[in-house]
Design a protein around this ligand. Structure first.
Ligand SMILES: O=C(O)COP(=O)(O)O
Ligand SMILES: [Mg+2]
Length: 229
């Protein structure tokens, strides 16, 4: 049976959950597009493309500006050529305009102090993830940081959550996933662990409650009501 009182470990998504990273992702996307003589795209579009890692973000951006289908061989070739450029530009922009969402640091500190094991499970590449956590002073809070390139599969696959269960020798009922995207909730369901959906992040313009998490919160601090009493 799923119960809040059984939770001992919490996996947090990064982009759209802890950090509003879209301004810098958009700047890096546009710098990369400019190198191939494509026009810039809006931040709102980039927001609707984030969620499946850096490569899929660029794939969606290139498909949009070139009008080629995402799976066209010519688009794949262009993607291969531009990915190193995107990785360079995102490294340059990483935390220029990205911000922690309100309440994130205080709530994470309270949860850690209360004895929960905390992890990051993001689709963002691991190197950028570690740099961002350090830049925002969050690096000491997490015992495990899994990026989109840490394991063979990323969310919505359950592999990263199953990795944590095994690593920490936890029962499924002990782990909670907190995220802003249906990828987070799908991964949690596939791993048979509880989930909380946050409404303020990026979810392809969809309502996170449509993914049926165990709870939906409008603010990060609202997760405390299920975990601290
Ligand atoms: O990099 C992405 O596409 C999204 O990353 P997230 O899993 O932290 O939301
Ligand atoms: Mg996210």
């Amino acid at each position: 049976m799923m119960q809040w009182s059984k939770i001992r470990a919490i996996a947090f998504d990064l982009d759209g959950t802890l950090i509003d990273s879209v301004p810098d992702l958009a700047a890096a996307t546009n710098a990369t597009l400019a190198q191939s003589q494509y026009p810039p795209v809006t931040e709102a579009l980039v927001r609707s493309w984030v969620g499946n890692g850096a490569q899929v973000l660029m794939q969606r951006a290139l498909s949009y500006v070139s009008a080629m289908p995402e799976d066209a061989p010519a688009l794949q070739a262009l993607l291969e050529q531009t990915m190193p450029q995107f990785m360079y530009h995102y490294g340059e922009h990483l935390q220029k305009h990205s911000l922690l969402y309100p309440g994130v640091l205080a709530t994470l500190q309270k949860l850690k102090q209360a004895g929960f094991k905390l992890a990051i499970v993001t689709n963002k590449p691991h190197g950028f993830t570690v740099s961002l956590l350090t830049a925002f002073g969050l690096d000491g809070l997490f015992c495990e940081v899994l990026g989109g390139d840490s394991l063979a599969k990323m969310k919505p696959d359950p592999m990263p959550l199953q990795h944590l269960l095994k690593l920490w020798q936890l029962d499924e009922s002990h782990l909670l996933m907190v995220g802003d995207s249906k990828n987070d909730i799908l991964a949690a369901k596939a791993a048979n662990v509880m989930s909380i959906g946050l409404t303020y992040g990026y979810n392809y313009g969809e309502d996170i409650s449509l993914s049926n998490p165990h709870a939906v919160c409008e603010n990060f601090a609202d997760i405390e009501q299920y975990l601290l009493s």
